[in-house]
Design a protein around this ligand. Structure first.
Ligand SMILES: Nc1nc2c(ncn2[C@@H]2O[C@H](COP(=O)(O)OP(=O)(O)OP(=O)(O)O)[C@@H](O)[C@H]2O)c(=O)[nH]1
Ligand SMILES: [Mg+2]
Length: 330
């Protein structure tokens, strides 16, 4: 499971994945501190309950309260039930005692569930095409800007952004601004262009320029809007006509503040377009951070990246162990 940027991207020349020395000024320890801070709302909500269970004898009520606390943090009913029954079993058979051992084991169990796959993004294609989809306002464009910046900054990759959200002129401008901030190339179509044709053109130009990664932005849509979902499938198909096998990675942005609704979105989107990974955004502003564990545990789609703020550097690889620890440790 990825821990650093150097682990999240799979590259042909492994060495190239090593971050540049000044890319992570605060290092891993600093990041963990920030993750904990950013998850503080979720943690505070969870901890009051978890702590209460720690200093009491473990009985029926303990498990019920723990279950409630996890469900409140949006860990999801199925995931919660799995974790708590496992913990209960281990407690009964004397494998785990209360107190800190219990928190430690709970952290481990949550992390295991949150790790459905490798969680990497394969950058070995020439170029690698990443398509970003999701419900309106979930953070697609912002994530693309941050991702482009990290790819350039950490890996020295040449990146092209394709403005296939042609629905609003402002959306094209917003992506263009991110391309300037991240210092990467940008492709747009004439006003009112067909999204698929812009995506096609972005990939074409990416190939022509010898880019390493092309990232395609798409308009926000609800999973219930059949025509727009069909359009998304078309964008995907047309990208594949320009470059066989592309897009190589379809990332779905899910706004963590929407809790269980996000889980449903992810499920329904993945029925129309194959979703390779989730970017869980806005984790900095929610007490529902447990949704990361629910999505991974219940849908089997790996959460690959998390958004923890609005700035360029506020995108991180998702690390199940760190995440579970940051959620539970005081
Ligand atoms: N706090 C916080 N805000 C975020 C994060 N990611 C995105 N945002 C904010 O969420 C808002 C919507 O982000 P966009 O990137 O425009 O979302 P989008 O999915 O492209 O939206 P549409 O193109 O309209 O569908 C902006 O105000 C972003 O700054 C995050 O990780 N944390
Ligand atoms: Mg957008």
């Amino acid at each position: 499971m990825p821990r650093d940027w150097s682990d999240v991207f799979l590259t042909a020349d492994g060495a190239a994945a090593a971050p540049t020395p000044d890319a992570e000024p605060d290092g891993r320890r600093g990041f963990f501190r920030r993750l904990r801070e950013n998850l503080s709302k979720t943690r505070v909500a969870l901890q009051a309950e978890v702590q209460a269970t720690l200093f009491e004898t473990l009985d029926e009520e303990t498990w019920e309260r723990l279950e409630e606390a996890l469900i409140m943090a949006d860990v999801g009913a199925t995931t919660t039930a799995k974790v708590v029954s496992q913990l209960e079993l281990e407690a009964e058979t004397g494998k785990v005692e209360g107190g800190e051992a219990l928190t430690a084991r709970l952290t481990e169990l949550l992390a295991e569930l949150a790790r459905p796959g490798e969680g990497r993004i394969d950058l070995r294609h020439e170029p690698t095409v990443i398509m970003v989809a999701g419900v309106n306002g979930t953070g697609k464009t912002t994530t693309i800007g941050k991702l482009a910046w990290h790819l350039r900054q950490e890996l020295g990759r040449r990146v092209v952004l394709g403005a296939a959200d042609t629905f609003r002129a402002a959306a094209v401008e917003q992506l263009e601004e991110w391309s300037l901030r991240a210092d990467v190339a940008f492709v747009k179509g004439p006003p009112g262009s067909d999204p698929a044709s812009v995506a096609f053109e972005a990939v074409r130009q990416g190939r022509e320029q010898g880019a390493d990664v092309v990232i395609v932005d798409t308009a926000g849509r609800l999973h219930t809007q059949d025509d727009l979902m069909a359009e998304l499938a078309k964008v995907r198909r047309v990208i594949g006509k320009q470059l066989e096998g592309a897009p190589h990675e379809t990332l779905l942005t899910v706004d963590a503040t929407t809790g269980q609704n996000g889980l449903r979105q992810a499920q329904l989107f993945s029925e129309t377009v194959p979703v390779d990974g989730i970017v869980l955004t806005k984790l900095d502003g929610t007490a529902k951070g447990g949704i990361a564990l629910a999505i991974a545990g219940e849908l089997g789609i790996p959460v690959k990246l998390i958004g923890i703020g609005e700035q360029l550097e506020d995108l991180r690889p998702f690390d199940a162990d760190d995440f579970a620890k940051a959620l539970l440790t005081a």
